[in-house]
Design a protein around this ligand. Structure first.
Ligand code: GCU
Length: 446
């Protein structure tokens, strides 16, 4: 049975009884004004590029207080243990599996990372499945970093990847919950609406590092349980107890973004990986996490948030599709309590998502949108357009000029900032991967 996304959105809203119904009528979008990314909150305009770090810090402070909560503290120590290594993808790649802890004594929560490294010698692929030979000869590869929804075993069709451990696992829509043998390689199946095409990624010369987001912070929706009870477990156990008198406690989105930075810590230790050439990506809520991670952590060279939805790239003050009311009603653990004051009151916001987008400048950002009302593709493009002056101010090319591009029209993908959208189903598709790696290739070739 085919279900349209609009009907999913309607069902979600019905479940969240208190949510304001989304607006899907352009004519009903009320006028709104956006803050100037190049002026401090007190109205003073930035004199020159030397003032950008201070403005960026101010922007990140606003998002920490008002929306995503305070960033989690740095880990006591990152301990990454290589647990398994072998040849995979019929010799095209090397598979490595690490378990990561955040305390020196390896107590407490852990996250399992799967690394897929291109198995190549000077641009060609060796005629051997022997990991040692391949490892000794490898060039440094740029790395794509992402969290996945369904476990590392869903990324590769490889019996050496164990079912991802952990308590809560996402319902796959078939009524099942938890890690299942039948999910092995699910993200590589041609009928899957989301794909992580490991073969394609390594053939393009990129390594892939991924972990399952449920191991970081479990993510139940309001209609299925108490999200807050589950979310603030796992890596939250590392941090001081939540202070319920505060309105800016760390959120699940903040935890996922933090985990992406820990993935980059690991990349920095992998001799065959080039940590200066990292691409952070993710789809939907995990696209929001990728965006937040890159905004907060300047080590990410390229960010490609995919189909982020409300609370990600699209403008909030433009009332179209998902709104603060639906976001808070369905996913209260993604945002901090302070954000609730903008329910039905977005115009009171002294910030909007274009500022988070701008916090990535002058690094490279390609926003991959989704032409669906709930996800407000136009609001994504407008957000990029409003952030673009920051790239120009910092001496880079901004968003290519022109009207809101059509689906699949890549003319709005610039050298450092780009926007592209597509139709079809919600998920990260082959198109998205191609746009992403073409963009990253151009960035890294400079
Ligand atoms: C819902 C939610 C979006 C989110 C998406 C997802 O549609 O409203 O904000 O991006 O789920 O993560 O799948």
């Amino acid at each position: 049975m085919k279900t349209s996304l609009t009907s999913i959105a309607v069902a979600l809203c019905a479940a969240a009884a208190l949510a304001r119904a989304p607006n899907y009528d352009e004519a009903k979008v009320a006028p709104y004004s956006l803050e100037d990314p190049l002026a401090f909150a007190d109205g003073r305009r930035l004199k020159d590029a030397s003032e950008w770090p201070a403005r960026r810090k101010e922007i990140l402070g606003i998002f920490a207080r008002e929306m995503y909560g305070q960033p989690p503290p740095a880990p006591e120590k990152v301990v990454a243990e290589l647990r398994e290594e072998g040849s995979t993808l019929a010799g095209l790649a090397i598979r490595r599996q690490y378990r990561m802890w955040f305390r020196a004594d390896k107590s407490g929560p852990f996250v399992d990372w799967l690394l897929v490294l291109p198995n190549r010698i000077a641009g060609t692929f060796p005629e051997t499945n022997d990991v040692r030979v391949a490892c000794e000869n490898r060039e440094k590869a740029p790395v794509v970093l992402m969290l996945n929804f369904r476990g590392n075993h869903a990324v590769l069709d490889d019996v050496e990847v164990p079912l991802t451990e952990g308590g809560w696992f996402r319902d796959d829509g078939s009524g099942g919950r938890g890690q299942k043998e039948s999910d092995r390689g699910a993200l590589r199946r041609s009928q899957s609406r989301s794909t992580v095409p490991a073969e394609y990624i390594v053939s393009r010369g990129y390594a892939l590092l991924t972990a399952c987001y449920a191991q970081v912070s479990p993510d139940v929706e309001v209609k299925k349980g108490d999200p807050e009870e589950l979310a603030y477990t796992h890596v939250f156990e590392l941090w001081p107890r939540r202070d319920e008198s505060r309105t800016d406690n760390t959120t699940a989105l903040g935890a996922w973004a933090w985990a992406l930075s820990r993935g980059l810590d690991l990349v920095e230790r992998i001799p065959e990986a080039d940590a200066a050439k990292s691409v952070v990506t993710g789809c939907s809520r995990l696209g929001k996490a990728a965006l937040l991670a890159a905004a907060r952590d300047e080590r990410f060279a390229v960010c490609v948030p995919n189909q982020t939805g409300g609370g990600g790239v699209p403008l909030a003050k433009r009332d179209f599709g998902e709104n603060v009311s639906t976001e808070m009603a369905m996913f209260p653990h993604w945002y901090c309590r302070a954000y609730a004051k903008y329910i039905d009151n977005e115009q009171a916001m002294k910030f909007d998502q274009h500022l988070l987008v701008a916090a990535i400048a002058p690094r490279a950002l390609l926003v991959e949108g989704f032409n669906n009302g709930w996800f407000d593709a136009k609001g994504e493009w407008l957000s990029c357009r409003a952030a673009s002056p920051v790239w120009e101010f910092l001496g880079k090319e901004g968003l290519p000029k022109g009207e809101f591009p059509d689906n699949y029209d890549s003319s709005c993908i610039g050298a450092h900032l780009g926007y592209v959208r597509r139709g079809g189903q919600h998920g990260i598709s082959g198109y998205d991967w191609r746009w992403m790696l073409d963009f990253a290739d151009r960035v890294f070739a400079r």
